[in-house]
Design a binder for this molecule. Structure first.
Ligand code: ADP
Length: 684
């Protein structure tokens, strides 16, 4: 099937042909046959790089009205937004930033790209554009199974379908075990395929050989001579060396940030050949954009990447990253600033880097294919010990292997400790099916959040109506007897206890409504627990000496909510933060003896202290060095604090407590961020 045969205006056909899309890939043909261009609901469960974006574009372009593209990650959202906005005559909008605006002007766009949280927030704030949607594309729909975000995705989709019953739903999924359940929920035709544009073989390395699932094997002897390094790392180094010597690029996945940095440092000693010099030895010599890029890239070097990295971020982490990048190796994890992460991804895609050593987060992220993927660690650290990575996650890592047009094939290798472990890994990951996707809506915290929002937005005014609204969820479709009545009843009772919901004045009809506090909590997009913590903080503030209420007080309250990310507190630091909390205890809303979860509270005090120093003018470099956090950690905490302080300020107003420190702390956070940006702009 050719693009020219599709019901698309000529300018689109031309556009796609320019992009190198002339003939449809088999899963795309299947999606067209399933009705993606005819307004029908389609679930496509297909591997990475099999052309899902084009399927999304087909749905959006043939829909009879505005479209919404729901995407889990911001970095990804940006990529898609740029792609859609480049379509001739298409005006795209993006909504992924702060959580609380009504974003009325999005109504003007043909295509809106947003995270599910942002869509949920827009609905809670009365956005009317959701009623006009003709098409909703949901990317990475298998995230329905993730504890935090899954419930938001399913409730939001259920609400969207209620608001716009005719809306076309196209859901794109990784290959999971039960895509038919997702399709049944969405009344959709299922397109399931394992087709990939580049062949992939997956294998396990042990005792000097890789055995692949296609029956082939590869000798990769490991010189265990270096006593400072373990056998897994040496095997990984050998596998990386092989891929790069062959003109390819490699991605190596390890368990932690520290391991990613260590491995990058270890590999940077290798003097790997620069990938840009050895372009495309095995590829099909295909011309087009990729070929031109490759020619351009030969003129650039890893040194230029290092310079760019140094310019973007002058922290010690940034410097170490630049040093490894000079040798063609980068590390990638959530502790890096978002600029750095984006730069590493882009440089790798442009073949200016040979290797990325990453934590598993990269596997779910943006498009960074490589000739060879090496999964050195298959376990991750938890609070208590280590646990096996989910099969789906390892499959997603492996799926990154093989770059269309550039690699003749992709290879993914799991590194086993020895022959004994080979078999275990083989069964666990190579031959195993990925996990089933199951709803996490039954979680009490998720039900509290969504029950409050359904009532606050006026969708439901009684327990029966809440249950009715939840009837459209994945959860309800999965069970013949959802029996949510009990848990929803508990959620309602607890929300009434917390003062977020109240029985309606009108007699015994079991009517419920949101209190002004509940309404504000829902609008501000904070969880009910966060709302409760802020209210408790405000009650304490009222009893405090007004002189003692400072910005530290404001930061402590918002940092101690479940919506703030935890900050790691090392043993050595604990005593110091404890001392700090003691010295400043008059300004804090929790007494040293009162905290239910003392460790957790001390971590919040650390976050509050970091943010206070930040608004007082400390630089990223200083804070990163003093508190052993990554620039990316600081970034995410600043951003969350900005949102939570805004929410707390609105909540203070509703409960009638005068707490100007919320607004002033927020203002100073914003201006510190602006100052930092201005300084950066000046430097460049
Ligand atoms: P994913 O399925 O991971 O979302 P993408 O949609 O990003 O994959 O597609 C991967 C690459 O394949 C992109 O560079 C895209 O331009 C290219 N591509 C998609 N469909 C076709 C096609 N029919 N012919 C040639 N290239 C295609």
């Amino acid at each position: 099937m050719r693009v020219a045969d599709l019901p698309l205006a000529p300018e689109y056909v031309e556009h796609f042909e320019r992009e190198g899309i002339a003939e449809l890939y088999p899963p795309q043909v299947a999606a067209v046959e399933a009705g993606v261009c005819d307004g029908d609901n389609v679930v496509a469960a297909v591997p990475t790089a099999s052309g899902k974006t084009f399927v999304a574009e087909l749905a959006l372009l043939t829909a009879d009205g505005p479209g919404l593209y729901v995407c889990p990650l911001r970095a990804l959202a940006r990529e898609k937004y740029e792609e859609f906005d480049a379509l001739p005559g298409v005006d795209a909008g993006i909504s992924t930033g702060d959580y609380d605006s009504a974003a009325g002007d999005l109504a003007e766009n043909d295509v809106i790209v947003a995270t599910s949280e942002k869509v949920d927030s827009a609905i809670r704030n009365g956005a009317e554009w959701v009623d006009d949607l003709a098409c909703v594309v949901v990317d990475e729909v298998h995230l329905l199974g993730s504890p935090g975000r899954g419930p938001t995705l399913e409730v939001t989709l259920a609400t969207l379908r209620r608001r716009a019953p005719e809306v076309q739903i196209v859901a794109l999924s990784a290959t999971v075990d039960n895509p038919e359940d997702i399709a049944a929920w969405l009344d959709a035709e299922l397109v399931e395929s394992t087709w990939r544009p580049v062949d992939l073989r997956v294998g396990v390395h042990a005792d000097g050989t890789v055995e692949f699932d296609d029956g082939s094997s590869l000798s990769v002897p490991v010189d265990a001579g270096d006593p400072a390094s373990d056998a897994d790392t040496e095997a990984t180094a050998e596998l990386v060396r092989g891929a790069v010597a062959d003109g390819g690029q490699a991605l190596a996945f390890v368990a932690s940030r520290r391991e990613a940095e260590r491995l990058a440092e270890r590999l940077s000693e290798e003097r790997l050949p620069a990938v840009a010099d050895g372009v495309d030895r095995g590829g099909d010599g295909d011309g087009g954009d990729e070929g031109d890029d490759a020619v351009d890239n030969r003129e650039t070097t890893a040194a230029a990447v290092a310079d760019e990295l140094r310019e973007a971020d002058g922290t010690e982490t940034g410097e170490r990253l630049a040093e490894t990048a000079e040798r063609g190796v980068a590390f990638h994890h959530a502790g890096l600033s978002s600029d750095h992460r984006a730069l590493v991804e882009r440089s790798f895609r442009d073949r200016k880097l040979s290797v990325i050593c990453a934590t598993p987060t990269l596997a779910a992220g943006v498009n960074v294919p490589a000739r060879r993927v090496i999964v050195r660690d298959q376990r991750r650290y938890t609070g208590e010990g280590t646990e096996w990575l989910p099969v789906l996650e390892v499959h997603q890592m492996c799926g990154r292997a093989g770059r269309p047009h550039l690699d003749p094939y992709g290879e993914a290798v799991l590194v086993a400790e020895d022959g004994g472990e080979r078999e275990g890994l083989w069964e666990r990951y190579v031959t195993a099916d990925p996990e089933r996707v199951e709803s996490k809506l039954r979680d009490p915290a998720a039900l509290r959040t969504h029950t409050l929002s359904l009532v606050a937005t006026g969708i439901a005014g009684s327990q029966t109506e809440v249950l009715d609204a939840l009837g459209g969820t994945f959860y309800a479709s999965r069970t013949s007897n959802p029996n949510l009545g009990g848990v929803v009843g508990d959620a309602i009772a607890s929300l009434i206890d917390d003062g977020l919901l109240a029985p309606t004045a009108a007699d015994g009809d079991a009517g419920i409504e949101a209190t002004p506090l509940g309404e504000q909590v829902s609008r501000q997009y904070v969880t009910p627990d966060t709302g409760v913590r802020i209210v408790e903080g405000l009650e304490t503030v009222e009893r405090m000496d007004p002189e003692a209420v400072t910005e530290l007080t404001a930061f402590e309250i918002v940092c101690d909510t479940p919506d703030m990310v935890d900050t790691y507190l090392g043993n050595a630091e604990r005593a110091e933060i404890y001392q700090f909390a003691r010295t400043r205890s008059a300004e804090l809303t929790t007494g040293m003896m009162e905290a239910e979860d003392f460790e957790g509270w001390l971590e919040s005090v650390k976050t509050a202290r970091v943010l206070t120093e930040w608004v007082d003018g400390a630089s990223v470099e200083e804070l990163v060095a003093a508190y052993r956090i990554g620039p990316g950690d600081l970034e995410s905490r600043i951003e969350r604090a900005e949102w939570l302080l805004g929410a707390a300020d609105a909540i203070a107003e509703v409960v009638g407590v005068d707490m100007p420190a919320f607004a002033s702390a927020r203002k100073r956070l914003v201006s510190s961020a602006e100052k930092e940006e201005a300084e950066e702009a000046e430097e460049t």
